[in-house]
Design a protein. Structure first.
Length: 249
């Protein structure tokens, strides 16, 4: 039995038995892992905050028959994202993000590039949140998994065929062209794919009208749900946040 050091973000933590916890980890080198943390539910334990969701830590885990399966020793916190944990809204939206990551990434499939993006996204959440950040996250996770077509309909969110038009609402099916109340800035023919091409740091500096932002957020969330076969447990936090945001905007 070998001991490995892994760098991971804890997506979820479930109590099993009296004292143990089952951790859903998203690691840099190994992708998603399920690890049993022995004694992690005790008041005094060797894992601390690392056994709780939305924390970045380094874990020492054991490997049996080529599969990383059990937390063998201890964990050291790298970043506890304190500004997320101290804010009820941010924490619940982080749970929403972690549930999506857990759905789209299979266990054992490394995704170091997306892991770095997720860490950066959580760091940005500590400072501020807005709907476009989350639309950008939806774009990135769908693109990483090859689920975002090169061209999609700006209205219904489904892939475009050869029969499409480009108008004030971006690229769309002909049958969808009269089904929207949203106007898109003429200088952006397909704003969703503009966001696909930029970095997270630039999202905050892009200024669009509220109607355009609503269209992008609604479309990306619709596309996301098209690829999820079961209801998201944390969807109510996202939907409550987005509804309250647009009411107060």
């Amino acid at each position: 039995m070998k001991i490995h050091l892994i760098h991971a973000i804890t997506l979820n933590s479930i109590k099993i038995g009296e004292t143990d916890r089952l951790l859903d980890l998203f690691s840099y080198n190994h992708g998603r892992l399920l690890c049993t943390a022995r004694g992690a539910s005790r008041i005094k334990n060797r894992f601390g905050e690392a056994a709780e969701p939305i924390n970045e830590s380094k874990f020492w885990v054991s490997s049996k028959e080529g599969r990383i399966s059990v937390v063998a020793k201890e964990a050291n916190i790298v970043d506890s994202f304190k500004n997320i944990h101290s804010d009820f809204l941010k924490l619940n939206l982080a749970f929403f993000i972690s549930e999506i990551v857990g759905y789209f990434f299979k266990r054992g499939d490394p995704a170091p590039e997306f892991w770095l993006f997720l860490r950066k996204f959580l760091k940005n959440m500590e400072n501020s949140i807005n709907p476009m950040m989350f639309a950008f996250f939806f774009i990135k996770i769908l693109s990483h998994n090859g689920l975002l077509a090169d061209k999609i309909c700006s209205i219904c969110g489904s892939p475009l065929n050869d029969v499409s038009i480009c108008g004030k609402n971006g690229f769309m099916h002909k049958e969808c062209s009269d089904k929207t109340d949203f106007d898109i800035a003429p200088s952006i023919s397909n704003p969703i794919f503009y966001f696909k091409s930029i970095k997270l740091e630039k999202v905050q500096s892009v200024h669009l009208s509220p109607d355009v932002e609503k269209m992008i957020v609604a479309t990306m969330y619709k596309i996301l749900l098209m690829h999820i076969s079961k209801p998201l447990k944390t969807a109510k936090f996202w939907e409550g946040y987005i509804n309250n945001y647009w009411k107060s905007a």
